[in-house]
Design a protein around this ligand. Structure first.
Ligand SMILES: Cc1cc2nc3c(=O)[nH]c(=O)nc-3n(C[C@H](O)[C@H](O)[C@H](O)COP(=O)(O)O)c2cc1C
Length: 260
């Protein structure tokens, strides 16, 4: 059993990159992925349990809320969480805190990674990728120091009520967009999108991806397609893909990544 467990949700790899950086700082850490049901829910022997995830539509991504409810943590375990966001923190940290009371939490803006997909104007202006990476790495280093010192946050994360309502509308907004996913002529049928999809919502037929109706909006398929051949209607056609450069598609598909 590893000394630390970090439960991680990541769509384009940015949260997984941060989880790896933090795990290296803490040492002896299992990163358990939460893109689908976590392969390990018994965290009772870990000394520290963390959560790293992205803000999605103001709330928790995918099925993270139900996954966190399934995790067992022993009383007295040190708990921490980090949320990445593009423009606002939303209610995700509070949702985790209501299930697993957090000793320590932090948010970090990584808005260069998602500005291209935001359907509204609430996000901040994009930073350069290098600056965004530096900020995330700096935050990760501080978090490692604080977590190893057993630091405690003075208050709980904000309830952020308006964002709770917004996140509830996520299912509807994705239902509307699902019909718009399509591959263009540059698609070579490599099938990476189908392998990456945490919900098995993409199948390859006649050498092209076919999208089902069970999309949770992680956008791994759009972001990591080697040919940038996948689009959501016209909105993504002229926008850059920004998968995390330190995370491979193979890593995103892992269930557990152990870092010594
Ligand atoms: C579908 C989708 C919805 C998002 N919604 C929000 C949001 O409501 N507020 C926000 O600040 N960031 C939002 N983001 C931005 C992500 O939280 C941010 O880019 C994060 O760094 C992505 O990390 P990942 O690559 O590990 O998934 C959204 C990203 C996606 C893909």
């Amino acid at each position: 059993m590893s000394e630390n467990i970090i439960y991680c949700y990541s769509g384009a790899g940015h949260c997984l990159d941060m989880a790896k950086t933090i795990a290296k700082g803490l040492g002896d850490t299992d990163i358990v992925m939460m893109r689908s049901f976590p392969a390990k829910t018994d965290a009772t022997e870990a000394k520290r349990v963390g959560f790293i995830f992205s803000c999605m539509a103001g709330g928790l991504p995918g099925d993270v809320e139900s996954y966190v409810k399934a995790i067992q943590i022993a009383p007295g375990t040190y708990t921490f969480a980090v949320e990445q966001y593009a423009g606002y923190l939303g209610c995700g940290l509070r949702k985790i805190d209501e299930i697993v009371p957090l000793n320590y939490w932090a948010g970090v803006s990584n808005h260069s990674t998602a500005i291209w997909l935001m359907p509204h104007t609430l996000t901040l202006a994009p930073k350069s990728l290098d600056k965004a990476q530096q900020r995330v790495d700096k935050k990760a280093a501080k978090l490692v120091t604080d977590v190893l010192a057993g630091k405690r946050s003075e208050r709980r994360p904000s309830k952020a009520k308006p964002f709770e309502l917004m996140s509830k509308g996520l299912g509807q907004s994705h239902a509307r967009r699902v019909g718009k996913f399509a591959a263009d002529d540059t698609c070579n049928g490599c099938g990476l999108c189908a392998s990456l999809c945490p919900r098995g919502n993409i199948r390859i037929e006649g050498g092209k991806p076919v999208f089902g109706s069970n999309c949770m909006g992680c956008l791994s398929c759009v972001q990591l397609c080697p040919e940038a051949a996948l689009n959501i209607g016209n909105i993504t056609k002229k926008r850059a893909r920004i998968p995390d450069k330190n995370v491979s598609a193979a890593e995103l598909m892992e269930k557990i990544i152990h870092i010594e």
